[in-house]
Design a protein around this ligand. Structure first.
Ligand SMILES: [Zn+2]
Length: 96
């Protein structure tokens, strides 16, 4: 992936909190690019620290039991409490 993608993601999440899926849609990327976008999020987190920005993560939540996950970049696959895979995606917002 080119650096321009990372710049576009930064612009997107500066304007409003978005999920990985929404970012893929906005950038017209295939769902297969999901892992790449997650990697870029890690990169954005590092850039943010250098620049003094704040990457805010609105955590994922289990839609079945309401369990709130930790504020992690990597999306959870299943709920540790009820084992459900029905999970809302976390959102990313960049406060500059
Ligand atoms: Zn659950």
């Amino acid at each position: 992936m080119k650096d321009t993608i990372i710049e576009r993601i930064i612009e997107l999440i500066k304007s409003k909190p978005l999920t990985i899926s929404e970012i893929l849609n906005e950038l017209e990327l295939d769902r297969k690019s999901k892992r790449n976008v997650i990697e870029l999020m890690n990169k954005i987190e590092r850039i943010s620290k250098q620049k003094g920005w704040k990457l805010i993560i609105y955590p994922a939540q289990c839609k079945k039991c309401g369990f709130t996950f930790k504020e992690k970049i990597k999306p959870p696959s299943k709920c540790p409490r009820c084992k459900s895979q029905w999970i809302s995606e976390q959102r990313f917002f960049l406060k500059v």
